[in-house]
Design a protein. Structure first.
Length: 378
């Protein structure tokens, strides 16, 4: 087994200027990139801080007590986030996901949720407003978030065994408190609650079946995520990836499954429903999903953009550069100018890292650093 090496690097990488074209054009509600992929999903990181130290995301060896986080005045204000979100909606975005770091560490986050919930898509409907969290603060926040207008929540949980979970979050946080947060989300009326489990072979893959048994029939959808080579600090190795195809076979050995159709274009998860004795999907038992960006890339219909905590636009989870929108916001640019700057950034997008991964040399970034997942969200 090779020695794990974690480079000591700053997760914030240099940003390109977002330039306003000489001829501004009003948004049409349909913005496509070089591969004809529409912009539909905006993921907004509201903080670069997290109270967990999961080794696949924010390893303690790098993100220690001396790590320099962004100063508060560098972060986009709620009003700035809402303004940018409104412009992205004008370009065709329909879903907004709040993320981090751990988004519930951002003080008064429900105020931002309320502002975003009042926005409208080009179709005149409210955006699908959702949030990804580690669940540590969800029990005390779920009701306020729901009342503010949050539609859905996704909780990260990498195992039910308390010792395994404490070891993976690396701050000795108990699994019972995350489960209490999930129950609080149900009680608050949040719909379509999902649980995401990052699976590392040899670390927590023995928790796959216990997790499936626990959430089967509860109204919570469990999704298994292949361990990914995001950022530069998680010590990723291919031999720690458990392919989703193998994972599904493990599940089917005990729990009969039938494959389901995607619910929408660009959906990242492959869906599998628990089967009845007749071999049909039993809706009461629910479903599981697998997200396979390592072994079954879904770049072809990826419709997601990511906005970092301090207003940089990234076009891929594996990006090595972002585009500075904050300078336009704070430099007095009009809505029309900012919308016109966003358009060519997406239109020139070529990103398909996961499709190319296996053909790329070991130094895939040619000296540039990939942005950290804790900085732009998963």
């Amino acid at each position: 087994m090779s020695e794990r090496v974690i480079p000591l690097v700053d997760q914030r990488i240099a940003a390109l200027a977002a330039r306003v074209p000489a001829q501004a054009a009003a948004p049409t509600g349909l913005l496509t990139d070089t591969r004809d992929r529409p912009l539909r999903d905006l993921r907004i990181s509201v903080t670069d801080r997290c109270n967990f130290r999961c080794n696949y995301c924010m390893p303690k060896e790098v993100f220690d007590k001396d790590h320099a986080y962004l100063p508060h005045n560098a972060l986009l204000s709620f009003e700035e986030i809402t303004r940018l979100a409104r412009l992205f909606l004008a370009h065709g975005v329909r879903k907004i996901r709040l993320t981090g770091g751990e988004p519930l560490l951002r003080k008064n986050l429900e105020e931002l949720v309320a502002q975003l919930a009042r926005l409208r898509t080009v179709d005149g409907t409210a955006p699908d407003l959702t949030l990804t969290t580690n669940g540590s603060l969800l029990a005390r926040k779920a009701r306020a978030l729901k009342e503010a207008g949050l539609n859905r929540v996704t909780v990260s949980l990498d195992g039910l065994d308390d010792a395994v979970f404490r070891r993976m979050n690396d701050v000795d946080f108990p699994v019972a408190d995350v489960l209490a947060g999930i129950e609080a989300a149900h009680a608050a009326g949040l719909s379509q609650i999902k649980v995401n489990m990052v699976v590392k072979r040899g670390t927590n893959d023995h928790e796959i079946l216990p997790m499936a048994r626990h959430f089967r029939g509860t109204g919570t959808t469990l999704r298994f995520i292949e361990y990914m080579d995001v950022g530069a600090t998680n010590g990723w190795r291919m031999d720690e990836v458990l392919p989703s195809a193998e994972l599904i076979e493990r599940l089917r050995a005990e729990l009969p499954l039938v494959q389901l159709s995607p619910t929408s274009p660009g959906e990242t998860a492959e869906r599998w429903g628990y089967a009845s004795a007749a071999g049909q999907h039993d809706q009461a038992l629910g479903e599981v999903g697998v997200i396979s960006s390592v072994t079954q890339a879904f770049c072809g219909d990826c419709n997601r953009a990511r906005l970092s905590t301090e207003g940089r636009l990234y076009l891929c989870l594996f990006a090595t550069q972002g585009y500075d929108l904050r300078s336009l916001l704070r430099g007095g640019a009009s809505d029309e100018a900012i919308a016109s700057a966003i358009a060519p950034i997406w239109q020139q997008r070529t990103d398909r890292y996961s499709e190319l991964r296996s053909s790329l040399p070991a130094d895939t970034t040619q000296g540039a650093r990939r942005v950290e997942m804790s900085y732009i969200g998963g």
